[in-house]
Write a new protein. Structure first.
Length: 134
């Protein structure tokens, strides 16, 4: 999954399926569903990964965008919807990354690991996290 911010008026999301084994034939996961696995508008871009059925049921990426619209805080926009999903379905179920048109980036996950990084406009790493601290 990838969220990119090219300018203050253009955000782009790339989302891919995890190819998890033992999925039912014909199953559609969260990746192609706008508002669940991905969401972008002029203000923000969000991409989710994890158990698709749970991500779809809470509309995780759209919920993040709505939270950002209400609070103008990228950390809250990522953490609050993920916290809701965790309360409903437990740990080990999802991760979410978001960027704003103001150049903010944040990601969070309720799994043991979800490597992610953010680069500043000069291409230097501004934020990065691989594993949750014990």
């Amino acid at each position: 999954m990838k969220c990119s911010l090219f300018s203050s008026a253009e955000s782009v999301i790339e989302s891919a399926t995890s190819s998890t084994a033992l999925k039912l034939p014909g199953r559609v996961g969260d990746s192609p569903i706008v508002g669940a696995g991905l969401y972008a508008d002029a203000r923000t871009a969000f991409s989710a990964t994890g158990v698709g059925e749970y991500i779809i049921s809470v509309g995780l990426s759209l919920r993040a965008a709505i939270t950002y619209e209400a609070k103008s805080d990228i950390v809250a926009a990522v953490e609050e919807p993920l916290s809701l999903l965790t309360r409903l379905f437990g740990p080990g179920t999802a991760g979410l990354i978001g960027v704003s048109a103001r150049g903010e980036a944040w990601a969070s996950f309720n799994t043991k690991a979800m490597p992610w990084a953010a680069l500043d406009s000069a291409g230097k790493r501004a934020l990065m996290q691989d594993f949750k601290e014990a």
